[in-house]
Design a protein around this ligand. Structure first.
Ligand code: XLS
Ligand code: NI
Ligand code: NI
Length: 446
C-alpha cells in the first residue's frame, strides 16, 4: 500500500487548453519549443520549501490550519530529525509529481536548530546528505539555498546590520556554512534576503554605519564564494519593508546603487519578487526592466501581491498580463541563465486539502507558461519593438548623434534654436494602441 503523503495525487500531466481537470496542465508543456529553447529551459520552475512544507498556516491572529504532520506544533513528541526527514520525503514526492525541476530552501527549513551553532550545523549536514540522495533519485535540482538570519530572536535588530558585532559574526558563520552546503548540492544560485536589514526607528539607528557594515558583509560573502569555489550566482532579493519599517535593499535601483558603492556590481545580481515590486510602488515589469538595464538581472520569486494591501501576500501568480510583461523584459534581456521562477508562494490559510498545493502550483505554472507564449509571440511579431525603436530614430540622425558624441554645446543648441522658425512637433506615444496589441497576443496565443 502506498502510504506516502501525497498518495492521493498522481504525477501531473499536460492535457492542453481544453482540459477541465484541475490536476492537469493546460499550458505548461515542459518540452514544447518556444523561441530558442523548451518551456522547461525558459521557465526553470522551482518550489519553495518554507511556505509549502515548513509553514503550518499560522498567522499573527491564529494557529496553523494546514495538514503538516511533521510540524512541531502537530508532532510535539516526534524527534526533530525524524520530523525533518518526513517533511523532506513529502517535499520531494511533491516536486517530482508536479514535475518542477528545482527547489529552494533556507537552512532552517530543512534541518532543526540545535542547542548550539555547532549542533545546528551537524543537523544541516545530515539533512543535506539526505537531500543529495533524494535529488539523485528524482533528478530535482537546487535553484538556490539561503540562510534564515531573521526569524530567530537573536536577529531582532538585524544580522549584518546588527549594532552588535557578535550578531554580525553569527550571521556570517551561518552564511558560510549554508553556502558550503548549497555548493555541495550543486545549487545554481545563493540568495541573500535582508529580512531585518533595516530599521524600526532612526532614533536608535546609525544608517551610514549600518550600510557600511552591510557592504562589508557582502564583500565577505563574495570572497567566501571564491574561497570555496562555489560557481553559482550570488543574488540579493530587494524588498522595501516588512518585517522592518524600512529595509536597505528597498528596490532594484537602490540595490544597484549599493552594489556600485561597495564595488559589488560585477559580483551580485538581484532576485526580483513580484510582490516586493508592488510593495515598493513599482510594477514587476519595471523591476525586471530596471535590473536588465543595469545588467544585474538574476532570478525571480514569482509570488504576486495585491495592489491595495501593504503586506507580502505571497499569492500564486494568476495574472497572465502581469506575468507576460515581466517575461517580455526577461526574454529581451536574453532569458534566465542560472536563475529561474521560484514559487515563493503561500497557500491561503483555508486551503487545507492536500491537493490544494498541487492545484496552486499548476495554476502558477500555467499562468507563467501562457505568459511565456504571449511574450514570445509579441517578440516574434516584432511590432512593439519596431514602434519602440522608431520613437528614438532621431538619435541615429546627425542632430541626435552630435549631442551624444559631445560635439555640440548647450550654448550652440540655444543659438541654433533661436534662429529657427519652427519648434519641434510632438508625436503620439500610442500607449492605448500598444496596450491593445498586448491584449491581442493574450487573446490569440495557443
Ligand atoms: C520574504 C522573502 C523570502 C526570501 C527568502 O519576503 O520573499 O521568502 O525569498 O529568504
Ligand atoms: Ni522571496
Ligand atoms: Ni517575499
Amino acid at each position: 500500500m502506498d502510504d506516502s503523503f501525497f498518495s492521493q495525487t498522481d504525477s501531473i500531466r499536460y492535457e492542453g487548453p481544453e482540459s477541465d481537470s484541475p490536476l492537469a496542465f493546460r499550458w505548461y508543456q515542459a518540452d514544447r519549443i518556444v523561441g530558442d529553447r523548451t518551456m522547461a529551459e525558459h521557465l526553470r520552475f522551482g518550489v519553495c520549501y518554507w511556505h509549502s512544507f515548513a509553514w503550518d498556516g499560522f498567522d499573527i491572529f491564529g494557529a496553523g490550519t494546514l495538514d503538516r504532520p511533521w510540524h512541531p506544533n502537530n508532532a510535539p513528541t516526534m524527534a526533530p530529525m525524524a520530523a525533518a526527514r518526513m517533511k523532506m520525503d513529502a517535499a520531494f514526492e511533491f516536486f517530482s509529481k508536479l514535475g518542477a525541476p528545482f527547489f529552494s530552501f533556507h537552512d532552517v527549513d530543512i534541518a532543526p536548530a540545535g542547542a548550539t551553532f555547532a549542533e545546528s550545523c551537524r543537523n544541516l549536514d545530515e539533512m543535506v546528505e539526505y537531500a543529495a540522495k533524494k535529488m539523485a533519485e528524482t533528478g530535482v535540482r537546487l535553484l538556490w539555498g539561503t540562510t534564515n538570519a531573521f526569524s530567530h530572536p537573536r536577529f531582532m535588530s538585524g544580522a549584518a546590520t546588527n549594532p552588535d558585532p557578535e550578531l554580525f559574526r553569527y550571521a556570517a558563520a551561518q552564511v558560510a556554512h549554508c553556502m558550503q552546503k548549497t555548493h555541495e548540492l550543486g545549487g545554481a544560485n545563493y540568495v541573500l534576503w535582508g529580512g531585518r536589514e533595516g530599521y524600526e526607528t532612526l532614533l536608535n539607528t546609525d544608517m551610514r554605519r549600518e550600510r557600511e557594515h552591510l557592504g562589508r558583509f557582502m564583500n565577505m560573502v563574495v570572497e567566501h564564494k571564491y574561497a570555496i569555489g562555489f560557481e553559482g550566482t550570488l543574488l540579493i532579493e530587494p524588498k522595501p519593508m516588512e518585517p522592518t519599517k524600512h529595509q536597505y535593499d528597498f528596490d532594484v535601483s537602490t540595490v544597484h546603487a549599493f552594489l556600485q558603492e561597495f564595488g559589488l556590481d560585477q559580483e551580485i545580481k538581484v532576485n526580483i519578487e513580484v510582490n516586493h515590486a508592488t510593495l515598493s510602488g513599482h510594477d514587476f515589469h519595471h523591476e525586471v526592466a530596471a535590473a536588465v538595464a543595469a545588467d544585474i538581472f538574476g532570478s525571480v520569486d514569482a509570488n504576486a501581491g495585491d495592489d491595495r494591501l501593504g503586506w507580502d501576500l505571497d499569492l500564486f501568480p494568476m495574472s497572465v498580463e502581469q506575468m507576460s510583461l515581466g517575461l517580455l523584459e526577461i526574454l529581451r534581456g536574453g532569458g534566465f541563465t542560472t536563475g529561474g521562477l521560484l514559487f515563493d508562494c503561500k497557500l491561503r490559510r483555508q486551503s487545507t486539502s492536500r491537493d490544494d498545493l498541487f492545484i496552486a502550483h499548476i495554476g502558477g505554472m500555467d499562468t507563467l507558461a501562457k505568459a511565456l507564449l504571449v511574450a514570445q509571440s509579441i517578440l516574434d511579431d516584432g511590432e512593439l519593438d519596431r514602434r519602440r525603436r522608431q520613437r528614438y530614430a532621431g538619435w541615429s540622425e546627425p542632430r541626435g548623434r552630435e549631442i551624444l558624441d559631445g560635439t555640440v554645446t548647450l550654448g550652440e543648441i540655444h543659438d541654433e534654436l533661436i534662429s529657427r522658425e519652427h519648434d519641434p512637433v510632438p508625436e503620439s506615444g500610442r500607449q492605448e494602441l500598444l496596450e491593445r496589441l498586448v491584449a491581442r497576443h493574450i487573446d490569440q496565443v495557443r
